[in-house]
Design a protein around this ligand. Sequence first.
Ligand SMILES: [Zn+2]
Length: 280
Amino acid sequence: MQIHLFRSARRWDSCLLPIDDNTFGFILQFRVRLVRIEPTSRFFNGETYATGNGRLHDTYGTFQLDAWTDQEWEDYKRRFVEVVQRHWSDRFILDPDRAWYRPRIGANLTSALIQCGLSIQLVETSAQAHQTYRIIHPQSTRFRSYVEEHNRSGVFTHLDLESQWGNRLTRIGSEDHSVDFLQTTINHEFGHTLGLNHVNGVGNSDRHYGVTLEQRENQMGMGGRLTAAHARPWIRGLWDRHHLLPQHHHPEDRVVFTGRVASPQLIEYWDNDWRPAATT
Ligand SMILES: [Zn+2]
């Protein structure tokens, strides 16, 4: 097996580094440009556009924009990096199904595992950026933030770094319950940037955000829960980017990696219709 340490690409760069004989770190590296959208800003991003008259138009209506203060904008940029890295970095481990890595010539193969990292570097120009996100400050909270994965862009609001409760009817057993879910919008949207779809299929209908409690609480549903499926961008990157390059048709060339979540997570939903089980 040949190992390539660094790869550059349009959506993100990646870096596979040996840490010791039994451990690698695999880091997805994003150069992100955050664009401060003011009421006077003009931009066009698919269906969303502003002409500089203080209003923003998109599929869901027209939104009045507020100005940013310099302090607010600096805080937002700093917290963007913190919030996304804290949520997506060092959360997954990839386990191999066999020994595949030879640390030194003559040494035995080891079943080295891979720790999945993610890092964000903010950049100022579009030429440098993998991803360009426009950040608006709408007066209404009804704006629906989104990512357009194919053109490496997104439109987010000043509130998207905060975790917020959302209520949805959710199937529990044979009943529909009113359940509140806690989600930080930017972490859901960054999942789309990573190429992840909604938990229950591609689309923006209610059911795509899940039907069952297990789906609803998912990061790519209504909640913030990460599962092994969210490690897919890392697993795919190992092969798609040729970080791992089979050489001689040895058994280790057929190694398969399986993702798992590295640490326990909090339960972040509240079932308003929960009743204690009837006792007899
Ligand atoms: Zn989404």
